[in-house]
Design a protein around this ligand. Structure first.
Ligand SMILES: [Zn+2]
Length: 298
């Protein structure tokens, strides 16, 4: 395993550009499993589970709640549970530590804002399926995306019997219609100007490094993922100097055609990232020792 870590670190160090792709598996390694009916779900969403037979956060996101009071009780609870955190998780901190000195770009289908919390700048981030801290007009009457922190937090604090008070429920400032969280849960999801800009920046980034050492670093993306994984593998195949690195627990998949340009690590992503960071620090220390102990030659 140490040899593999060494290879991954060398590829990252030598890279001209790094594209990080992340999906649900990365969240799971942080302890958030939006597809699971686990103890955390029962603890935080038990009342919704009982009342609507919702079995996971993701089911709640596509559930048709009977009223706006109940809908916003769910979304503000979700906000409080995993979108609003003062501090990034160790997983995200380690990931940032690994690439912070490199030229990188992040593409993710995670809606949890955790990249931003860890220090990844907005300009280098493409959240394909939106961000649960933002709001949009459900009718899509205009394409503005609104920061929802204040109202979501207020609704989270003021819910009673699974409902938020009517006066806190957000309305579209243009058409006075309903609003929703800006995540891709239905066909109303707005690909607004900032979404388009991020998409273009992502494309430009890949194009810019088409003839250079570009590393695709994929974290917790399922084997059949078409949104992130399929393009990563295809680009690795067609771009001569590209490398594909995939971290995944139990679902490692590397096609033969790119096997020679790929490194796969099957393991708990949280642990692997931690190991990589420790390995990197150790290497740095060794190198410094070597530099300091080299006798002057002139
Ligand atoms: Zn509207």
């Amino acid at each position: 395993m140490e040899e593999k870590y060494g290879k991954v670190l060398t590829k990252i160090e030598e890279a001209d550009g790094i594209v990080i792709g992340a999906s649900n598996g990365l969240s799971i390694s942080e302890g958030i499993h939006i597809f699971a009916d686990n103890s955390a779900f029962r603890e935080n969403f038990g009342d919704f589970r009982e009342k609507y037979s919702i079995r996971s956060i993701i089911q709640g996101c596509s559930y048709s709640f009977p009223s706006e009071e109940e809908k916003w009780a769910f979304y503000s609870r979700m906000y409080e549970y995993f979108l609003y955190k003062n501090e990034a998780s160790p997983v995200m901190k380690n990931l940032y530590e690994l690439v912070k000195d490199k030229n990188f770009f992040v593409v993710t289908s995670n809606i949890d804002n955790h990249f931003r919390q860890a220090g990844f700048p907005k300009e280098r981030l493409f959240e394909i399926e939106g961000n649960g801290r933002n709001l949009q007009c459900t009718n899509g009457c205009h394409h503005q995306i609104y920061p929802g922190d204040e109202i979501l937090s207020e609704m989270a604090q003021n819910q009673e019997n699974g409902k938020v008070p009517l006066n806190l429920i957000p309305r579209c400032p243009e058409c006075d219609g309903l609003m929703q969280v800006h995540i891709e849960v239905n066909q109303n999801f707005l690909r607004d100007q900032s979404w388009q800009t991020s998409y273009q920046t992502y494309q430009d980034f890949i194009y810019k490094f088409r003839d250079e050492k570009l590393v695709f670093l994929e974290l917790g993306v399922g084997a059949r993922n078409q949104l992130i994984k399929a393009p990563f593998m295809k680009l690795t195949h067609v771009q001569e100097h590209a490398t594909y690195i995939t971290l995944n627990k139990g679902e490692l998949y590397i096609p033969d055609v790119i096997a020679a340009k790929s490194i796969g690590i099957d393991g708990d992503t949280a642990e692997v990232l931690q190991q990589l960071v420790q390995f990197k620090k150790r290497e740095l220390v060794c190198r410094q020792r070597t530099v300091f102990s080299t006798p002057e030659t002139d």
